[in-house]
Design a protein around this ligand. Structure first.
Ligand code: GAP
Length: 491
């Protein structure tokens, strides 16, 4: 994790929020490369799930909603964590997580020496287990109290209870309250889904681990509505679609580069199911902090639509033409965090390799996710014709992709810099490309393309660059493209 945090800051992916003021707890800012990576994740998600599927539509609901939404959804009453406070140092902890961190202990058996003891273990000298504050080791803890995770705010100029509302803690409710609007305006038949990408806010008590758990984050959520009266392949429609979405979501993360060995499915036990769920399966990723939730796929039944119908007084049903009756759809909810997905893609892509006796740090991003697709590098920055050609290539390629020009170091170092930010291809313009007028030599009009992963290089005519990158960045394997061109030594 330290390597990722440090690289993220050094290379412009992620900065601590308000860093010059000492930082804001668990809020992060995405820098120039981070925002590209994040946009790419959201773009492929939207393309794969909203644009390409005939049974899906998009939505962008507002963050501030009617306060009753959160009463109906159960968040006002149930979206809480049990908290304890230290009476000495005033720190606050989640009661159910307190034994998952190391604890400070002043051991009476060793004249009060201070020890930091691994999570959940007793002191090896006196044998006691933790009862006091794990941070200061001195304070008594209060009994657990429920603490609501929603951020409160006020609508309008007066800060009074009547104008109290919340920053949404999930994007999902924006979809439920618009169910009938979408159904009526788009004339859909079940099953269909509504997807949304947007910010969510939770006043997490034990945030941390970089962008894994933050107070402000983005979600990519789908609410997939199915007819509970139907069966598919001999199974109730909700159970069939739940299974389909689990498989689909797993395949999506694998397609964009997460290793099979770093992904697993975890079923929620009955006692940990959310108040609305019939079944929930988490896709877990082997993060640097250990196996943890990457996304959840829940069967929310008809809970939310029924609740909103009850609280709003509006019917949120679907008319089943075949059976001639109104039904409340069941909902399958594949819900992923953008920031958490980004952390997983970053962690999976990160490699430290040895190349010709030197360390190479490389981010092996899937080309669709890579923040920069191509770097154009002049071999000699003092040669005006080389520089001009390189700029012209950048200008042309940047009509379709994010492309940079860099001449601030020698070529070997420029390659390493691009490896470190995961740029899949570099284009080098050299003397051979443009020729040498002083010696009366004409150029061959070819440039070198270098592949990040294999470090192989090929010579490609300038006029073929666009079509070659269309193939490579469109998913063609390097070997299948490279085989058609003249090979150069590795770069
Ligand atoms: N609508 C269902 C829902 O919000 P969730 O499991 O609480 O379910 C879904 O959240 C996903 O949102 C998680 O799997 C995770 O990827 C992301 N997420 C939740 N809380 C987060 C936080 N504090 N920081 C970053 N991502 C978070």
């Amino acid at each position: 994790m330290d390597a990722l945090v440090s690289l993220s800051k050094r290379r412009g992916f992620i900065f601590q929020s308000s860093e010059i003021y000492g930082g804001t707890g668990s809020c992060w800012d995405y820098g120039p490369l981070g925002v590209e990576l994040k946009q790419n994740i959201k773009r492929v998600w939207w393309r794969d799930y909203i644009q390409r599927r005939p049974d899906m539509m998009g939505l962008d609901a507002s963050i501030l909603m009617h306060p009753t939404v959160w009463k109906a959804s159960g968040h006002v009453d149930n979206f809480t964590d049990p908290m304890v406070d230290c009476l000495e140092c005033r720190r606050r902890f989640r009661a159910d997580k307190i034994d998952e961190t190391p604890w400070v202990h002043y051991c009476p058996a060793t004249k009060g020496n201070k020890f930091t003891i691994p999570p959940g273990e007793p002191c090896s000298h006196c044998g006691v287990t933790r009862t006091l504050c794990p941070e200061c080791g001195k304070g008594e803890l209060t009994p657990p109290r429920q603490f609501n995770l929603m951020f409160k705010t006020f609508m309008g100029p007066v800060e009074e209870d009547a104008s109290l509302t919340y920053l949404r803690p999930e994007t999902a409710q924006g979809i439920f309250v618009n169910f009938d609007n979408v159904l009526q305006s788009m004339r859909r038949k079940l099953p269909f889904g509504i997807g949304q990408i947007g910010k969510a806010f939770r006043n997490e008590i034990t945030p941390g681990n970089f962008i894994f758990r933050t107070r402000e984050f983005e979600q990519m959520e789908i609410e997939f509505f199915v007819n509970p009266l139907e069966t598919v392949e001999g199974r109730p429609a909700d159970e069939y679609w739940h299974e389909r979405w689990i498989e689909d979501s797993m395949a999506w993360f694998r397609r964009y580069g997460l290793g099979e060995e770093n992904l697993r499915l975890r079923e929620h036990e009955a006692d940990e199911l959310a108040h609305y769920a019939k079944r929930t399966a988490d896709i877990e990723y082997r993060f640097p902090i250990g196996w943890s939730e990457l996304m959840g796929i829940a069967n929310r039944t008809d809970f939310d639509l029924k609740q909103h119908a009850k609280f709003s007084g509006k019917a949120l049903t679907y008319f089943d033409e075949e059976r001639k009756e109104h039904v409340v759809p069941y909902v399958i909810e594949p819900s992923a965090g953008v920031d958490r997905a980004l952390l997983a893609f970053l962690a999976d892509a990160y490699r430290e390799e040895e190349v010709r006796g030197e360390k190479r740090v490389v981010l092996r991003f899937h080309p669709e996710l890579a923040p920069l697709k191509v770097a154009v590098l002049p071999l000699l920055k003092k040669r005006e014709d080389i520089v001009r050609t390189a700029h012209a290539i950048r200008d042309e390629l940047s009509k379709d992709w994010s492309v940079v020009y860099d001449d601030t170091a020698a070529i070997g170092r420029l390659y390493r810099r691009q490896d470190e930010v995961g740029t899949p291809y570099c284009v080098t313009v050299d003397v051979q490309t443009v020729g040498d007028q002083a010696k009366g030599e004409v150029g061959d009009g070819k440039v070198t393309i270098r592949d990040r992963d294999s470090m192989e290089q090929i010579r490609v005519p300038l006029e073929a660059l666009g079509s070659v990158f269309r193939e490579l960045l469109g998913g063609a394997a390097w070997a299948s493209v490279a085989g058609r061109f003249e090979r150069k030594g590795d770069g």
